[in-house]
Design a protein around this ligand. Structure first.
Ligand code: NDP
Length: 245
């Protein structure tokens, strides 16, 4: 049990990668505060699924791009669970298109959810981590944030920003024994990628010749949330099967 007795907040936990992280953390004994945007039924299903591992779980409907909501939510989490040990900033959306066609509101939505949302969550949890002189923050970036990607100028900007945020927080909070790392997934099989088809030709760009499973990402996040990574901070761990973008 690598996370026995720890409390973790996971954003975007109702589906895809966030759901897989929630299940993996529960299997390792973590109590879970799960944040989602609007999909009540999906969130209920995840809560039922993780409950079978005997951990405490609560869900919170909260728009991470709104600081007031984030602040209230973290207060409620503290009242229910006490202090938080692990924060996973996973909530994200895409609004792809060539730069010329991307509307300002779609640029803002993508950046506000992934980047500002993570900043809000870190800010709301900041003093809790400092008081305890312990914390693990894991931000879910993307290979698009490392290499860039045509048709994703908004998303790449948000995900590259998240890497800057990760490195800055690692420097700022390292002295307090708080680690902050990023995970950069490649193409992972979730709702977000359900409209893309992967034929043989496309898979040739990936050394491992398959797209990733949410569980592939969850295992990397688990490592960065556990004591096995206590001397790692400010890193970006790619989980992409060696995708050449
Ligand atoms: P999904 O679209 O499957 O799930 C997105 C999750 O984010 C949902 O739980 C959704 O809640 C939540 N969410 C969206 N907006 C908000 C918001 N404003 N406030 C709170 N929660 C919100 O995405 P994935 O699982 O595929 O992606 C998870 C993360 O991984 C994202 O940050 C994504 O950018 C990143 N990523 C994904 C890759 C992939 O190939 N799938 C590749 C690289 C990175 P609800 O269900 O209520 O809508």
């Amino acid at each position: 049990m690598r996370l026995e007795g720890k409390t973790a907040i996971i954003t975007g936990a109702s589906r895809g990668i966030g759901r897989a992280i929630a299940i993996r953390f529960a299997q390792e004994g973590a109590n879970l505060a799960l944040i989602y945007a609007s999909n009540d039924e999906a969130m209920r299903n995840v809560c039922n699924e993780v409950s079978q591992y005997g951990v405490k779980v609560e869900s919170y409907k909260c728009d991470v791009s709104n600081y007031e909501e984030v602040s209230q939510t973290v207060k409620s989490v503290n009242e229910t669970f006490g202090e938080v040990d692990i924060l996973v900033n996973n909530a994200g959306v895409v609004r792809d298109g060539v730069a010329f066609s991307i509307k300002e509101e779609d640029f803002d939505l993508v950046v506000d959810t992934s980047l500002k949302g993570a900043f809000h969550m870190i800010k709301a949890c900041y003093y809790g981590f400092i008081r305890r002189r312990y914390g693990k923050i894991i931000n879910i970036s993307s290979v698009s944030g490392i290499y860039g990607n045509a048709g994703q100028s908004n998303y790449s900007s948000a995900k590259a920003g998240l890497i800057g945020l990760t490195k800055s927080i690692a420097k700022e909070l390292g002295v307090r024994n708080i680690c902050c790392n990023a995970v950069a997934p490649g193409i992972i099989d979730t709702d977000m990628t359900s409209n893309i088809s992967y034929d043989e030709k496309r898979l040739e760009a990936i050394s491992l010749r398959r797209i990733g499973k949410p569980e592939d990402v969850a295992n990397a996040v688990l490592f960065l949330a556990s004591s096995e990574s206590d001397y790692i901070t400010g890193e970006v761990l790619k989980v992409d099967g060696n995708l050449a973008m």
